[in-house]
Design a protein around this ligand. Structure first.
Ligand code: AMP
Ligand code: MG
Length: 418
């Protein structure tokens, strides 16, 4: 008898997965290895930035009071008493109508309070003239104007990107505390599967999900152990799953979660005593996506259908991995777009359509990326987003406003919104 499964809304499935996330702990690594990791400590300014008043331009450091009354008809002459390159200090006080030539980034000398940009001056022998007065503080980049010592700049749980690395370097973090990275296990199930390098033979197809998931993990900087492909055999599959879950932090399987005669994953979860969080999600593709937990480890049972597998990873696996690492913005960013072509099918379940968004004269437009059944592989190779059509909606027409989820975005958002 075919088991009747009760579909749960996508948001509920995501919520259930997130509720079962266990943090993985932290480690200290070299700053230069930190791209893509999740910060495990907040960045608090260790000192003022800039750490001293400095010149934002190449020009002359002056006492503003000496420029008082300068105009086109009353050019005031200054004499230059020395030069301060970036990294050097001026060593003598500036006297009346005296100036230092100063370069961008150099510390403002003691009693100067303004900087004249080169293009605001006219060169003379031994100096320059001014034709406008300068105010106290004009053209000075002040100590602490960017960040004040003690200020909280970036929260723990943020993903480290190149800008974060610049900030950490500014404060002298040669090493940084980050979340450890979980190691994934990957197993593709299906007696019909061939290796990528195999010739096609009747009844068989090449395993595309395994390599795709490796790519999805690589894009997140997550390493994995591959358990290859398993034929649809309950005992053999059970022992591989058992081994994989013992050797890794979570397991992603593809295929075998449906209700066919050779779909053995449900039986394997039962044999292992894993708690199944759900085995049916009101989404298309990927309604058979199943997630179970064994101890503190997830067993992600993705559909074998390539589109469904891809979508299941992006919607459920990716946020879980980020949350395991303490990431506070694990979800794909969302935008509003105009649908670029008619989509006449009704949507009993929330539909995720692989699509390409572009900026057009009438705003952001999203065009479906082609053949989009759950078994599609061609459209997953195209596009840069997923159009979301909520469950219970009828067809959509060109120009209708829809939500899109951005794929491959380094920075996520903290709220699940569809
Ligand atoms: P399943 O989820 O096992 O019922 O498989 C659903 C469909 O996806 C079937 O047509 C399978 O042949 C296909 N499929 C399963 N695994 C893979 C895979 N690793 N790569 C490509 N297609 C697959
Ligand atoms: Mg199968």
């Amino acid at each position: 008898m075919v088991e009747i499964r009760k579909p749960i809304p996508v948001a509920e499935a995501v919520g259930l997965v997130m509720e079962h996330v266990k943090p993985i702990g932290t480690e200290i690594i070299d700053l230069e290895q930190s791209y893509g990791r999740v910060l495990a400590e907040p960045i608090i300014a260790r000192h003022d930035v800039p750490p001293f008043d400095r010149s934002p331009y190449d020009g002359f450091a002056i006492r503003s009071l000496d420029s008082k009354g300068a105009s086109g008809n009353n050019r005031i002459p200054f004499s230059v008493i020395g030069e301060i390159g970036a990294g050097y200090l001026g060593d003598k006080p500036i006297g009346e109508k005296e100036a230092y030539r100063i370069m961008t980034g150099a510390q403002i000398p003691g009693n100067a309070d303004a900087v004249v940009m080169l293009e605001q001056s006219s060169e003379t022998e031994g100096g320059f003239t001014l034709r406008k007065p300068f105010e106290d503080g004009e053209n000075i980049s002040y100590k602490g104007e960017d960040a004040k010592e003690g200020e909280l700049l970036i929260e723990a749980g943020s993903l480290i990107h190149p800008g974060t690395i610049a900030l950490l370097a500014t404060f002298g973090y040669a090493q940084v505390k980050v979340a450890k990275r979980p190691v994934a296990g990957i197993l593709s199930t299906g007696t019909e599967l061939l290796e990528v390098g195999d010739e096609l033979v009747p009844g068989k197809i090449r395993n595309s999900n395994g390599p795709m998931i490796k790519g999805q993990l690589n894009r997140m900087g997550i390493s994995y152990r591959s358990y290859g492909m398993a034929v649809d055999d309950l005992d053999a599959c059970t022992s591989i799953v058992k081994q994989a879950i013992a050797e890794t932090d979570f397991l992603i399987t593809t295929g075998g979660v449906s209700v066919g005669d050779y779909d053995y994953l449900p039986a394997i979860y039962e044999r292992l005593g894993a708690k199944v969080l759900f085995n049916k999600v009101a989404m298309r593709p990927g309604s058979v996506t199943t997630v179970a937990v064994l101890g503190n480890k997830f067993l992600f049972g993705l559909s074998g259908n390539p589109s469904a597998c891809f979508t299941g990873f992006e919607l459920l696996v990716r946020p879980a991995i980020l949350a395991i690492m303490g990431g506070t913005a694990p979800y794909m960013p969302r935008m509003r777009a105009k649908l670029g072509e008619d989509f006449t099918k009704p949507n009993p379940f929330t539909r995720f359509i692989r699509a390409t968004w572009t900026f057009t004269e009438s705003g952001i437009q999203a065009v479906p990326a082609g053949f989009n059944k759950s078994n599609a592989v061609s459209s997953i190779a195209r596009g840069n987003c997923l159009i979301v059509l909520p469950s219970g909606t009828r067809g959509y027409a060109t120009g209708d406003a829809v939500d899109i989820l951005l794929l491959g975005s380094e920075q996520g958002v903290s709220e699940w919104t569809v």
